[in-house]
Design a protein around this ligand. Structure first.
Ligand SMILES: Cc1cc2nc3c(=O)[nH]c(=O)nc-3n(C[C@H](O)[C@H](O)[C@H](O)COP(=O)(O)OP(=O)(O)OC[C@H]3O[C@@H](n4cnc5c(N)ncnc54)[C@H](O)[C@@H]3O)c2cc1C
Length: 401
């Protein structure tokens, strides 16, 4: 049976980055994915992701983003690819705004993280000031905004491809279109069985299976993960396309006011290239729960796209029209108030698992992958602290029925 130091299950954002760092550190690593990443079945597709460094989800995340930004730049130098466009992130919020990523004080957290990590920001204290600089957003009295300057766009498929190219160049063995069926830890190692009846062993295994992760972790844990379907939309720009160019339009997050059936935040990206390709802007879906193998990949043009436009786009971004140029579906994997969970599997300390999703994990994946590689190879992390994401931090939640 072929033997490795580490087997990584799942080669998406996190598994790809971990495999890359392991291989570059000289570890004998096998990475296995059931599809051929980058692909559009999981959580890492749709052209772009927002990256920020003053993180509203909690102060423990900024260290990951800042380290990731350095790593994305390193990967760019090594591959000659553009992975990160730094054009800032505009967060808008009002007095009666809905909650973003289950965090009540998201907006205040952004300002606090910026102060703590010395991240450059610009603030707009009222709607008039926001409108003067960003007329594309139909803000209302009471809205305020902050721009995180150390933020922008990540090109998601390119990032995944870059980590896998670098991993392969450094000697990692990558198996694509191969489904892992079983992960069996024992006292002497971990055995991994695939759908085509191959078996491999390793000293350690990292499970980075994204929305499929609940299938592989201990049962008492898996029931706490919720997978939800998300829909991405690209809407036509019917007027003022220059307002959406990267120099005039940072990536944006808008905690919408609670009115007219609105119960969500929206987020979007600047226009790069042809205005006919539309603007990627969408809102977050909170449910219902689904699973990665049975999720409906079709987007309903009336109940989903037209409703999204009417409710979440038209009142807030009047330059956008109802014609939808493109759609895609994608998966969030959530646990406990959108937190990350990265820890040793309760069944065996030879198995690590990483679920940094909940709709905000991509930006951190370079640093999380590096830290997991260090944890697997050295038994400790050197650049970031993963302890805020340990299971014990979720103890109260996990005790719940
Ligand atoms: C619509 C949407 C918008 C988002 N926006 C942002 C954003 O703006 N900023 C941000 O930072 N984050 C964002 N996120 C979150 C971010 O994209 C995810 O956190 C990240 O992509 C998760 O990476 P992952 O490696 O955990 O999962 P994936 O990249 O999906 O990788 C999991 C891999 O495991 C493989 N796999 C599964 N089962 C098996 C098996 N049995 N055998 C072998 N391989 C297997 C899959 O094929 C897949 O390639 C968003 C997510 C979505 C869905």
């Amino acid at each position: 049976m072929p033997k490795y130091d580490v087997i990584v299950v799942g080669l998406g954002a996190v598994g790809g980055a971990a495999t890359c760092h392991l291989a570059r550190a000289g570890v004998k690593v096998l990475g296995i994915d059931r599809f051929s990443p980058p692909h559009s079945h999981g959580s890492s597709h749709g052209d772009t992701r927002i990256t920020r460094s003053a993180i509203g989800e909690g102060v423990e995340y900024s260290q990951l983003a800042l380290r990731s930004h350095a790593l994305w730049r390193e990967f760019e130098a090594l591959t000659g690819q553009t992975l990160f466009l730094r054009n800032g992130c505009l967060t808008i919020s009002g007095a009666d705004a809905v909650v973003m990523h289950d965090v009540d004080d998201f907006f205040a957290n952004v300002a606090n993280a910026a102060k703590r990590y010395d991240i450059p920001t610009r603030t707009f204290d009222d709607a008039a000031a926001i409108r003067a600089r960003y007329p594309q957003f139909a803000v209302q009295p009471g809205d305020k905004a902050i721009v995180d300057e150390e933020a922008g766009v990540l090109y998601v498929e390119r990032c995944v491809a870059a980590t896998l190219d670098l991993a392969a160049q450094a000697g990692a063995q990558l198996m694509r279109d191969t489904q892992v069926m079983q992960i069996e830890p024992s006292a002497s190692g971990v055995e991994v069985a695939t759908g085509d009846n191959q078996r491999f062993t390793a000293d350690r295994v990292l499970i980075a299976a994204g929305a499929w992760l609940p299938q592989f972790v201990a049962a008492e844990l898996s029931r706490h993960f919720t997978v939800t379907r998300q829909v991405l939309h690209w809407f036509e720009i019917k007027s003022n396309p220059e307002r959406f160019r990267p120099e005039n339009c940072p990536v944006f997050i808008w905690q919408l006011p609670r009115r007219g059936g609105v119960a969500s935040s929206i987020y979007g990206f600047p226009l790069e290239g042809d205005p006919e390709s539309g603007l990627k802007v969408t809102h977050e879906e909170s449910g219902p729960a689904t699973d990665a193998d049975h999720v409906d990949r079709n987007v309903d043009p009336v109940n989903e796209t037209a409703r999204t436009y009417r409710t979440y786009i038209e009142p807030f971004l009047p330059d956008l029209g109802p014609r939808c140029v493109r759609t895609a579906t994608c998966l969030y994997t959530r646990v406990d108030r959108s937190r990350f969970v990265i820890d040793t599997d309760p069944r065996s300390d030879r198995v690590l698992f990483a679920s940094p999703c909940s709709g905000h994990g991509f930006k951190h994946s370079a640093a999380v992958g590096e830290a997991l590689a260090e944890q697997l190879a050295l038994g400790k992390t050197r650049h970031v602290d993963l302890s805020p994401f340990k299971l014990e931090r979720l103890r109260d939640y996990l005790r719940s029925p």
